[in-house]
Ligand binder design. Structure first.
Ligand code: 13P
Length: 244
């Protein structure tokens, strides 16, 4: 069991960086992270930038993941992309179930589990996201929400060596209100009891708080939004946790 041997730092670019910017960023990142050991780095560009990013990172250990994937290979699903297409475009993994997909685009526990299952079957690595809303935390319902979200994934998937979970409390995303290390650890321990795979923390991770969050026993890496958009801040997070 080496899930904590090498922390994973994944940068979720969300709706930022078309192909031109992706090439400039990835070329600079490959140089900046050259020789860095003890951390695995992933970037998650928008679909249209996957090919450009993976070409710019060829020869670098930094891997390229997508931000979502459909649960069927082909069909009448306008606007969707399938895992086999992602592989062809140069991605080796994908995020599924990000709270922004759940909030704005109708993803449910069921569709997230289906997306994850098909991506894993197709050979992609998967980062499946869970996390409670602020109102749910305030109502003391964090555990109930996580048990429901992770339970749906566990029922559909079970442990898989290519599956990683990400705990992203929605109130901490893009707000600067990072969960405390204790809050993160408590949620991660609960999740680990339901599905024993690596678990990333996401929500306002920055160079100055990453090491403390990752020092928690059940925090195996980070899923980074805003701070992943600049080479220096993303690389500084990688530096801060390498070998930690
Ligand atoms: P921020 O790091 O900008 O809070 O975003 C977190 C996130 O949603 C990563 O998927």
């Amino acid at each position: 069991m080496d899930r904590r041997a090498i922390p994973l730092i994944a940068g979720n670019w969300k709706l930022f960086k078309g192909p031109g910017e992706a090439v400039a960023f990835c070329s600079a990142l490959a140089v900046r992270l050259e020789g860095l050991a003890g951390v695995a780095a992933v970037v998650c560009p928008p679909y249209v930038s996957l090919g450009a990013a993976s070409a710019a990172l060829s020869g670098s250990p930094v891997r390229v993941f997508a931000q979502n994937a459909h649960w069927q290979e082909t069909g009448a699903f306008t606007g969707e992309i399938s895992p086999v297409m992602l592989l062809e475009a140069g991605a080796v993994g994908t995020i599924v179930g990000h709270s922004e997909r759940r909030q704005h685009f109708g993803d449910t526990d069921d569709t997230v589990a289906r997306r994850a299952a098909h991506a894993l079957e197709t050979g992609l690595d998967v980062i499946a996201c869970v996390g409670e809303l602020e109102a749910e935390r305030e109502a003391g319902r964090t555990g109930e929400v996580l048990r429901r979200q992770v339970g749906a994934l566990a029922a559909a998937l079970g442990p898989n060596e290519r599956l990683t979970l990400a705990y992203e409390p929605v109130w901490a995303i893009g707000t600067g209100r990072t969960a405390t290390p204790e809050q993160a650890q408590e949620a991660h321990a609960l999740i680990r009891g339901l599905l024993d795979v690596p678990i990333l923390y996401g929500g306002s991770v920055k160079p100055d708080n990453a090491a403390e969050l990752l020092s928690q026993p059940d925090v195996d890496g980070a899923l980074v939004g805003g701070a992943s958009l600049e080479v220096e801040s993303f690389a500084a997070i990688c530096d801060a946790v390498a070998g930690g």
